[in-house]
Design a protein around this ligand. Structure first.
Ligand code: BEZ
Length: 223
């Protein structure tokens, strides 16, 4: 059965570009983003990994670990990482592990294999992965999944935006509206009713409908 939001991210052991890992040990008590890309030495994947290497500090500042995956071996990853780093010679080098999942063990466990693009296969015709993302919280609970086709590079700032929303929602009883970004107004969680509204948000609640109540972003709101 497909992995669902709320499931514990299944554990596995794997070889990576930075040595062997046990996934649960790797997560430890951090937020983690596990993301697959189809194949080493392919154009869209190269631009994606370069973009992630360049924005790695933004993930680290939010306490997020990154781990990539493609169905190639460690030697292939090592050569390809040089190409990725050469794409942005002035920027930081790629400094997170990429799982070497030539056997498709992890990609099968996480439902990452391509069933759409019949050209996205290895020389034996075995599917590579699509562009899957799992955001996993410090309790190892899956909090977001995304699957993009091999043809479409992802928007990594969107993952930072989701992290900001999830971390804020875990701390305060709020949700975030469409197209929200850090600093914008947030929504009082529907479970907050009666006296609790004032207790948690004081007078700073703008009620549009009884079920749609905005309040300033608690992480940036002035006292
Ligand atoms: C790419 O990264 O460009 C790519 C990989 C597999 C299939 C299609 C595109």
């Amino acid at each position: 059965m497909a992995l669902r939001l709320g499931d514990i991210a299944p554990n596995f052991k794997a070889e990576t570009s930075q040595g062997p890992i046990d996934f649960h040990e790797f997560i430890g008590d951090s937020w983690t983003i596990l993301f697959s890309h189809p194949d080493d030495y392919t154009p869209v994947c190269t631009t994606e990994l370069s973009a992630v290497a360049l924005s790695y500090a933004d993930f680290q500042s939010r306490g997020v670990k990154l781990i990539g995956l493609s169905a190639n071996n460690v030697d292939s990853h090592a050569g390809w990482i040089k190409d990725i780093d050469n794409l942005h010679p002035e920027g930081p080098k790629l400094d997170f592990p990429i799982i070497a999942d030539e056997s498709r063990e992890v990609s099968t466990l996480y439902g990452m294999l391509d069933n759409l693009d019949k050209t996205n296969v290895d020389k034996k015709g075995i599917p590579f992965t699509v562009r899957t993302v799992f955001i996993i919280d410090p309790k190892k609970v899956i909090r977001l999944t995304l699957s993009y086709p091999a043809s479409t590079g992802r928007n990594f700032p969107e993952l930072l935006r989701v992290i900001d929303s999830l971390q804020l929602g875990d701390k305060h009883k709020i949700t975030t509206p469409a197209n929200w970004k850090k600093g914008d107004k947030v929504i009082v969680h529907p479970s907050v009713q009666g006296e609790q509204v004032k207790e948690l948000f004081g007078d700073k609640v703008e009620t549009v409908y009884p079920y749609l109540r905005f309040t300033p972003d608690p992480s940036t709101a002035q006292a």
